[in-house]
Design a protein around this ligand. Sequence first.
Ligand code: SF4
Ligand code: SF4
Length: 147
Amino acid sequence: MSKKTIEEIALKFDARSFFPFEEPFQPFIDWAKKCSTMGSSLARLLVHKEKGLFISFRGALGINQHIETPNNSKDICTPCEKPCLTACPVGALNQDGYDVIRCKEYVNTPSCQECRNSCLVRRSCPSGQNLRLKEQFNFHMRAFLND
Ligand code: SF4
Ligand code: SF4
């Protein structure tokens, strides 16, 4: 669905479409970091000014024009109290990196209630608190656990 939509937009603007799931794989994360609205967080995830730690990329458009963007994304985390660094109950995701195995083991234990539906680290970010949907949390976590 998103592929079809992005291809239609590309056609309309005489642009080239790129998708994260198609070869040759493109540097989507590096592209994202060049945007003025996104940057690296202290928890090693991309953080968006308004959406916080819930970001994903369905596609990108390439155009034959150079656009300068002021990269002020480094300011996103500066004034924050940084709850993302201590939100994970088992220390699987923090400034030292992401231990995926430890995370999945914990989420799959019967006693784990707090992040069964969504990652506490991602939810701890004050940016975008009012934009999150429970259904979106659940979808994200189901996809992660089935990966
Ligand atoms: S899902 Fe839970 S265990 Fe995994 S990184 Fe997030 S807070 Fe930690
Ligand atoms: S919780 Fe604060 S420090 Fe962590 S990613 Fe969000 S804005 Fe940055």
